[in-house]
Design a protein around this ligand. Structure first.
Ligand code: GLC
Ligand code: MG
Length: 254
């Protein structure tokens, strides 16, 4: 008797960072887009982008990159969530007591090493700066000051360059958990993909994960120190790395 094995592929929530994860290799991006378009139709799968960019900066990216319309957009490092039609999730952006933006800005101003990013990237629950690796030693002092003043703020350093101060519990990972339940997906049905420091929280939400081959050292180091998760470190870069991971998890058959 011949035995036939059928891989069970079902409904999937694909959550991916944009810069240097999904975006970076146009040819691979187009191939992944074509595959997901079909998968979405067949299995009612959904797509969420999780980016450090503000909505404005995301819209700028759309002018020169062909991206599928997502079912949700986690923007500004998780501090904002949008649905189709640029509808902001108001409940997610509710103010919280430990977040005093003006106070946090005043604390940050004491550190001359922190160079403010453009206005579009300064958001109600996110302050962003450029910081060189040589100056990154100030981060522990900055953290200590925020704690001393009772600020519920998280510091996220990515790409050896970007320093975000975001509202506690509003990083990409907590936004992911929130949007999973809003869209009706379990952690088991979800796959996250990323390349840098602001993606680390995505990998802590008990979902399967794909780290693309071009990942930055802060994510690689974190991965090595936390090997317990169901995570795949791809060889291929950008969208090709995502496809390699989807193949590893038995979802895609290249
Ligand atoms: C994006 C954002 C920037 C942020 C960086 C890292 O580039 O535009 O504000 O600092 O991601 O999270
Ligand atoms: Mg990235």
């Amino acid at each position: 008797m011949t035995q036939i094995t059928i891989a069970v592929v079902s409904k999937l929530l694909l959550v991916t960072d944009l810069d240097n994860t999904l975006v970076g290799d146009d040819d691979a991006l187009n191939r992944l887009n074509a595959w997901f378009k079909e998968h979405r139709q067949t299995y009612d799968s959904k797509l969420v982008y999780a980016t450090g960019r503000s909505l404005k900066s995301y819209q700028r990216l759309l002018t020169h990159t062909s991206l599928l319309e997502p079912d949700g957009l986690i923007a500004s490092v998780g501090t904002e969530i949008y649905y189709p039609g640029n509808q902001l999730d108001q409940a997610w952006s509710n103010p919280s007591s430990g977040w005093d933006r003006a106070r946090i800005a005043a604390i940050a101003q004491q550190f001359s090493q922190l160079i403010p990013q453009p206005e579009t990237e300064q958001r109600p629950f996110k302050l962003s700066f450029a910081l060189t690796p040589e100056n990154s030693l100030i981060l522990s002092e900055l953290q200590a000051q925020l704690i001393a003043e009772g600020m519920e703020a998280e510091i996220i350093y990515s790409n050896d360059h970007d320093l975000d101060i975001v509202r506690c519990k509003a990083n990409k990972g907590s936004a992911l958990t929130y949007i999973c339940s809003r869209l009706g997906f379990t952690a088991e049905q979800t796959i996250v993909c990323g390349d840098s420091g602001n993606d680390i929280s995505l990998f802590t939400a008990n979902t399967r994960g794909i780290i693309v081959g071009n990942a930055r050292k802060e994510l690689r180091q974190w991965h090595q120190a936390h090997l317990e998760g169901d995570r795949y470190l791809a060889q291929a870069q950008y969208a090709a790395g995502i496809m390699e991971g989807l193949t590893y998890f038995g979802i895609m058959h290249q």
